[in-house]
Design a protein around this ligand. Sequence first.
Ligand code: BG6
Length: 479
Amino acid sequence: MSFTADRLLLFGATGDLAQRMLLPSLCALHADKLVPDDLEIVGTARQPFDDAGYRNFAREALEKFMPPERRGSMATFLNRLTYQPLDANDIAGYAALAEKVGQPSQGLAIFLSTAPNLFEPTIAGLTAGGLAGSTTRIGLEKPLGTSLETSREINDAVARAFPEDRTFRIDHYLGKETVQNLLALRFANIMFEPLWNAAHIDHVQITVAETVGLEGRVGFYDGAGALRDMVQNHMLQLLALVAMEPPANFNATAIRDEKVKVLRTLRQVTPDETVTGQYRAGAIGGQPVPGYDEELGKDSDTETFVAIKAHLDNWRWKGVPFYLRTGKRLPERRTEIVVQFRNVPHSIFAGKGAQTVPNQLLISLQPHEDIRLSLMAKVPGLDRDGIRLRSVPLDIAMDDAFAGPTKRIAYERLLLDLIEGDQTLFVRRDEVEAQWEWIDGIRASWAGNGVTPKNYTAGSWGPSAAIALTERGGVTWHE
Ligand code: BG6
C-alpha cells in the first residue's frame, strides 16, 4: 500500500547506529525539508528518558556526529522527537508505546536497529500493541540472523505481522551513491553492456578494506566474523549489481528479480578458493595497533579477513572469477570494484615492438568516488625505434563532476525511501536467503576441513595466501 509515513518509530534509539547515522540523517532530511512537515519521530530503548531527556541525548549525538555547517535546523528538528522507554521483551510495555505513537494520519514507519534476539519479541509486541496494521511498514537493520536457518526464523517472525511489501531489509551499501551509480554506468551507457560478459572480461575484483579493528563491538563481531559481517550482505550485493542482467525498469521488482537470479548462480566454493586471516599487532599509518586477540581479551578462531574466488554458473559469466576480499586492520580504507577486460584478440602493434595492456574499469566507492577507465594510447613521438604504447586513465572524480549536489550519507536515502515506501534499495527475502545459502556452504566447508584463520600483521593486505589465491590464476590484486 502506498503512503508516506507521518510517524517514525525508532527502536534502538539510544544505540550507536542511531547516534552516528540515524539521528544525523533525519536531521539533515529535516533541514532540507525532505520529510513531511508533520513527521513525528518516536524513539524507544531501555534507557528511562522522558521526551526532554531524549532530546538532550539526541542533541549531544548531533553535536558529536554532524558537521557544524549542517546543524542549522537542529533546534526545530529536536522538536519532532519524543521518547518512550521500553524493554522490548516485555509485551505489556507495548500498550504505552502505542499510546505514545498515537494515530498517524497517513501511516507509520518502524525502524528496528536492535539485537537480532529482540526481533521476535518486538514483532510480537508490535502486534499485541496494535502497531502492525496495514498502514505500518518496518525497516530491519542487520544482522538478520547468522545462517540461513536463523535468518528464516527471523523472516518468518516478521512475515507473521508484515507482508513482504511492507518489509524493508536494510543493506546500507545500497544507499551509497556510487553503488547506485553502478546501475547508471552499466545501463545508461551503450559502451559497456556489449562487453560485459565472459568473452570480454577476464575477471572482477571487489575489495572492501578497512583500517578499523573491533571498535568495541566485541560481543557482536566475534560471533560473526568477516564472512558474515561483510561478504554475506554488502559484498554480495555489490557482486549482484555488477553481474546481473539488465532489468527492464528501475523499480523494486525488476531490479531485485535480476539480483536474486545472480545470487542463485553462485557456485559453491572449494576450500582452496577461500583464505581467512586474523590480524596480529602491527601498525597502521605509523600508529601501533594491538592484535585481534588482545582487543578481544582471549584467543578466538573468528576471521577478520577473508578472500574468496567466486564463480557464477551462468551463460554470461562462465569461467570469469569474481575475487572478493575484505578485512579489518588493512593498510587503508578502500572500497572498490575492478573490472579487468581481456586483451585485444590480435595486436597490430606487436611487430612494432609495442605491447597492449588490457583495459580496466575501476569503480572506487570509498574513500573517494571515482570511475577510472584505463585505455591504451600512443606515446607521442616519431617512432623511429618502434611504436610505444602506454595505458592512460580516463578519470571521472565524482566530487569534481558533481560539485553542486549535496553529498548524502547512505542512511539519508534509505530512511527517506522507508518513509515514502520505495523498496528498490532494500533487500528482498529471497535475496537474503540466496546469500545465506552460499555463505553457509563456505562455513560448512571450513568446518569440514578444519580451516582456521592464518595470522596477518595489522597494516598488511592480509595473509600471503590471499596473494597466492589470485596469482594461481595469473591475477594480481589491485593495489
Ligand atoms: C557494517 C559492518 O555493516 O559495515 C562493519 O558491520 C563495517 O563491521 C561497516 O565496518 C562498513 O561500512 P562502511 O559504510 O564504513 O564501508
